[in-house]
Design a protein around this ligand. Structure first.
Ligand SMILES: Cc1ncc(C[n+]2csc(CCOP(=O)(O)OP(=O)(O)O)c2C)c(N)n1
Length: 405
């Protein structure tokens, strides 16, 4: 066959009816989708983009989840400052993104989180001491991924998005009723892994939902220095999947949009990219000083958009949340904080060298070298620590998400 005919045939094959019939992907809205505004008032009209407020019971559940998550987050930040944990990336201010997204999953679905998403794990039922074990410096992840259907909290940016696409594609091939939801930061979308995940999720029509928490910064790098795109949700158009630009501090909107995306994935509609516009109120981790790269006014502005206060105002005004229930939820949050403190009140005996025990059945030379390197480092740390304080800190041997680059 002549080359020209072959090329023509291939062209016909590529431009088949299937491609021609593909629908225009949903285009992200100009303004972020909102259902409840920053004053706690329900939004009407175009800003809702056709989404409706979740039922009062669900809104109360989301409120409870956010109150518990915030109390946990504040407690863990305090414990980290006391030296009980080596590191903790706070999600203060991002509760609506995390809890709105996680609450849209069924028990059979999988979550692929990052280091910042501890409150998402908490909301899905992982006990505090299991969430915090790796942040204390233990070499293992602390919880059973199969029991909770949650992958390890990824520190290398965007790798978890590829894992989510892999699991979702496998589930689709096996005919399992499973959706994978992955949480990414805005900085993570600058990684090649995010591109590969978005692209192949769409090519394979994998049942996966990407939720990007755009909290304005990748450590100290502001969003404007990472992307010239209007929104990250706009990128979905290029990948041929629906994209939604959402007010990430409105848990009602986050839940409504993510639930629709999960439902769409479950019924064979393929992946969705959701961008929640939010803000990290705390520092990147306990080793970061955000005053060096953002202004007091900026932080103060975002505090006025607080996701927990917003839903509380709405629920109180609508009569769904009275004083008694509010107190009950506050008490449950205190109980959780107390249990978290108690669980962290011991110094675990950690042997960092155990890290090497379960990597290969037959240890390789490179690994032996790394073990020897760590042994030398530990010996140096022990001698410095015992000179200065007479004790060894577990903090000195743990990875820190912000310092891995
Ligand atoms: C592949 C990779 N490159 C660099 C880093 C170093 N690093 C740790 S956190 C971070 C910023 C991430 O920002 P973002 O994805 O927006 O998430 P956020 O911390 O704001 O939630 C960077 C660059 C890393 N962990 N992994």
């Amino acid at each position: 066959m002549a080359l020209a005919s072959l090329v023509a045939l291939l062209h016909d094959d590529i431009m088949n009816d299937d491609v021609a019939a593909r629908a225009e992907p949903v285009r992200p809205t100009q303004k972020p989708i909102r259902l409840i505004d920053e004053k706690g008032v329900p939004v009407e009209g175009a800003e809702r983009a056709g989404f409706v407020l979740p039922e009062p019971e669900m809104l109360l559940d989301l409120y409870r989840g956010m109150v518990l998550a915030r109390r946990f987050d504040v407690q863990v930040t305090a414990l980290t400052r006391q030296g009980r944990l080596a590191t903790y990336p706070s999600a203060f201010g991002q509760e609506a993104c995390e809890i709105g997204a996680v609450r849209s999953l069924g028990e059979q679905d999988w979550l692929f989180p990052t280091y910042r998403d501890s409150i998402a794990l908490l909301t899905r039922g992982v006990p505090p001491e299991q969430i915090l074990s790796s942040f204390r410096g233990d070499w293992h992840m602390g919880f059973d991924p199969y029991e909770h259907r949650i992958s390890p909290q990824a520190t290398p940016l965007a790798t978890q998005a590829l894992h989510a696409v892999g699991l979702a594609t496998a589930a689709k091939l096996k005919g399992d009723d499973v959706v994978a939801l992955t949480l990414l930061g805005d900085g993570a979308t600058s990684e090649g892994d995010a591109h590969e995940a978005f692209n192949f999720a769409s090519v394979w029509q994998a049942p996966v939902v990407f939720v990007v928490q755009n909290n304005g910064y990748a450590i100290s790098v502001p969003f404007a220095k990472q992307s010239h795109a209007r929104t990250l949700a706009d990128r979905a158009i290029g990948y041929g999947m629906p994209g939604y630009f959402v007010d990430g501090n409105d848990v009602a909107a986050m839940h409504a949009v993510t639930s629709a995306a999960v439902q769409n994935a479950r019924s064979g509609g393929g992946p969705t990219l959701i961008e929640g516009l939010t803000y990290r109120i705390e520092s990147h981790t306990n080793s970061d000083d955000p005053t060096r790269y953002r202004s007091k006014d900026e932080v103060a502005h975002w505090k006025t958009l607080d996701p927990v206060a917003r839903l509380e105002t709405y629920l109180r005004a609508s009569g769904a949340l009275g004083d008694e229930l509010r107190q009950e939820i506050a008490d449950a949050a205190e109980e959780l904080a107390g249990a978290t403190r108690d669980a962290m009140n011991t110094n675990p005996v950690l042997d960092p060298l155990e890290l090497f025990d379960h990597v290969y059945a037959a240890e390789r030379p490179a690994l032996r070298e790394q073990r020897a390197f760590l042994e030398r480092e530990l010996a140096a740390t022990v001698s410095t620590a015992s000179v200065s304080s007479g004790s060894v800190s577990t903090a000195s041997v743990s990875a820190e998400p912000g310092s891995t680059s």
